[in-house]
Design a protein around this ligand. Structure first.
Ligand code: TYM
Length: 337
């Protein structure tokens, strides 16, 4: 891409944690949109390993999971020739900016973050300072690139709102420095729910293995998880308040087939939930099959992955250094001679 093309396009930034195989929620809510947006925007995508250590990680596992997450990101359609694709800890500018921004973030703001409250309840033996300041690092990720748009699922909206507030506050105090980013959420699928408790978000960390579909699950596993999905005592496939399980399955089916809710209702009129669940499982498995095979192909080519990671980190570093220097001047740090 030429320099001119790059500056004419708006910028996108997003990230994902390397804490396990991506879920169907990660994929539909965020990652598949990253690929779809990379032609229209100058895109920067990263595996956020710094964020991952806010909960206990086994070092060897984190290293392996980070490499796998990078390969998965490419398998989901991110083309390192079109997008900057890298690993967060390879660009020290994120952590540097995070410190400066933490001095423009109020304790009370962080204390209101629902994800902090959820995670501290789940990890009561490890409520570390990083878990608390996690959203500041996320703001630094985004603001370091002056991103215009951030494709995320609904659960990250509060963090994005905080990043916007930090940007506005910094700009007011030190002069126009940061672009105030907008969230980009899909119209449907921004919050996929657990297959076992459809009032809860589908999450990697769910203890019930049937609650969550992982994008590398094989077809039989996917079918089994959907067949066991919790629904309700009625038998009509229609999108209606109170039918959380069916609503979630219809959303998933719509996202992978492109069908509207009315079309789905018509397709399954007179059929039972059993047929519907099997159809959703089949459609998801078919949709994910190319991602799985692309992941296998990429995983076998470590040299290619390492080369992409090195190029991505270098690009990310260069893009952020200029912004960081500007920030340092604005806050009054002396020049490094
Ligand atoms: P993470 O790793 O938890 O999730 C990655 C993306 O997947 C979305 N997502 C979902 N979407 C729909 N339904 C679900 N059930 C579901 N579960 C997860 C998330 O909203 C997210 O977009 N803090 C972020 C990572 C991050 C980041 C950033 C994102 C770090 N820095 C800067 C954007 C910009 C996180 O933990 O996402």
């Amino acid at each position: 891409m030429s320099e001119q093309e790059m500056t004419a396009k708006k910028r996108i930034f997003s990230g994902i944690q390397p804490t396990g195989v991506f879920t169907l929620g990660n994929y539909i809510g965020a990652v598949r949109n990253w690929g779809a947006l990379q032609d229209a925007y100058e895109s920067i995508y990263c595996i956020v390993d710094l964020h991952a250590i806010t909960v206990m990680q086994e070092p060897a596992k984190l290293r392996a999971n980070t490499m796998r997450a990078y390969a998965l990101m490419l398998a989901c359609g991110i083309d390192p020739k079109k997008s900057v694709a890298f690993i967060q800890s390879h660009n020290p500018n994120h952590a540097e900016l995070s410190w400066v921004l933490s001095c423009s973030t109020m304790f009370g703001e962080l204390n209101r973050m629902t994800q902090f409250k959820d995670k501290s309840a789940r990890h009561a033996d490890n409520i570390n300072a990083g878990l608390f300041t996690y959203p500041v690092l996320m703001a630094a990720d985004i603001l370091a690139y002056n991103a215009d748009l951030v494709p995320i699922g609904a659960d990250q909206k509060q963090h994005l709102e905080l990043a916007r507030n930090i940007a506005v506050r910094f700009n007011q105090r030190f002069g126009d420095t940061f672009t105030v980013p907008e969230p980009y959420m899909p119209k449907t699928g921004a919050r996929l729910m657990s297959l076992q408790d459809p009032t809860k978000k589908m999450s990697k960390s769910d203890e019930n293995v049937n609650a969550c579909v992982f994008i590398l699950d094989d077809k039989d596993t996917i079918l089994r998880k959907f067949r066991r999905a919790v629904t309700d005592s009625e038998s009509e496939v229609c999108y209606r308040e109170g039918k959380d399980g069916i609503n979630n399955l219809m959303t998933i089916y719509g996202c992978v087939t492109g069908k509207t809710m009315d079309e789905i209702t018509a397709e399954f009129a007179g059929k039972g939930y059993g047929d519907f669940k099997t159809a959703v499982g089949e459609a998801v498995a078919d949709h994910l099959a190319p991602v799985r095979s692309e992941f296998e192909r990429l995983s076998a080519d470590k040299a290619y992955l390492n080369e992409c990671i090195a190029i991505g980190s270098e690009q990310a570093y260069r893009m952020t250094r200029k912004i960081l220097s500007k920030v340092y001047r604005r806050v009054g740090f002396t020049d490094r001679k």
